[in-house]
Design a protein around this ligand. Sequence first.
Ligand code: BES
Ligand code: MN
Ligand code: ZN
Length: 496
Amino acid sequence: MELKLSNANPLKARTGCLVLPVGDQKKLISTLALADSESGEYLSKILKQNDLANSPGATLMLHNVPELNAQRVLLVSMGDGKKITSQTFDRITSATALALSSPAIKDCISCLNDFEVDGKDLTWQARSFAQALVSNTYRFELHKSIKATKSAKFEGKATIFVSNRSLNKSVEAGIVQGTAIANGMSLARDLGNTAANVCTPTYLGKKAKKLEKAFPSIKAKLLNEAQMKKLGMGALLSVSAGSVEDAQLICMDYKGAASNKKPVVLVGKGVTFDTGGISIKSSAGMDEMKFDMCGAASVFGVMQSVAEMKLKINVIGVVAAAENMPGSKATKPGDIVTSMSGKTIEVLNTDAEGRLVLCDALTYISKYKPDVVIDIATLTGAVIVALGNHTTGLMSNDDTLADDLYTAGIEAHDKCWRLPLWDEYEKQLSSNFADLANIGGRSAGTITAGCFLANFTKDYKWAHLDIAGVAWKQGGAKGSTGRPVPMLVQYLLNRS
Ligand code: BES
Ligand code: MN
Ligand code: ZN
């Protein structure tokens, strides 16, 4: 997919499809009004027949409209056109992308910008369109023997019509951002969707090397189990102990600013399959535990987005990758392990493994002297009870960082909501035998998991994103969502 802008009159263009937004169907404006008179009121006649529903995002594809050079005209309803919220506009661009996704349509020109979006500029509008074109035509066919993608997807050239040249810069920025975010989401989705017998810790390590090859601004460094053992990462290694797959600590270093500028460090949970270990999970739906590396996948996605946009910031992406299996060498309930920080941990439940891989990664990254640290993890089923499948759980030891992430989530339509990390909860993690236990009992499971991590993040500003509810969809639409790449990229854009 290729997306650009043009200032040329869209009515004269020889295009596969002219996309015209329709507001008040009785009072046509802008390009639609011009196209209507050019076509001898052909369009208004069709609208009078009520062929286009009034609800925002409804579409009607027309062929051979008289006197227009376009092969097709796609009418897109903007509702009554009075006040278009950003949520509505996203719905409209998604519907447009779906209507365009036919192999017959080789190119298109969009005039959706003829309408203003409440509180958003043209950068945002162009970004919504770019993101929609990529995200809504996403297909995952790695494991299919027959690939249907080529016949089902809009692979053509898209153009955004900009009537006023002085707005070109703004639209251009939106195209760059939207494409980069969508590509980052696609990478995250691909990694999440890949079967766990293929997507192993070693596979993720190779992906990091591929990213390094594709983007000279990214350097990748891998630590194997022997190197982690030397560093004393007893918590992380206790998770991979029962698996034949070696754990990997994957560090990706993106330099977009001067070396003395402190980096943002992202840490992703990369449990490539979570059986629960000896505290084994029940079998129903266990296949979905291949998605237990979606935090890691989002780190990969963000690194790629940032490199594509050449943001002038420094970002380090660290992935703690391990497979959680029961085996003769697996960690057992009651085993006590020593983390890199020196703190001892009683592993009362081997299914609470995410915090074990993360705590050592969170200790390790202090060497980067981070400005802020954000970890991203499919950490607890409890966050789904608290916030459902709509909202990421946010916990933090820094109010400004928490506010900034919340705002970024609102802006990017990829929301999070904060939960407290108060001392009362911390007490639930006390152990009779070690410095702390890895579970905190039945209540407040998401918060006690956050409290566990907080023990290892005292030296820097830190936020934890529990994405167990949002990282993938279940049922017929089963698959990775690419969240929270939009929120994180928005946060980084706001900083740069
Ligand atoms: N990866 C799971 C969390 C999870 C469960 C995400 C279901 C999405 C759906 C995590 O490793 C886990 O098993 N957490 C346990 C923690 C418990 C043992 C304290 C959980 O949530 O049940
Ligand atoms: Mn688990
Ligand atoms: Zn897990």
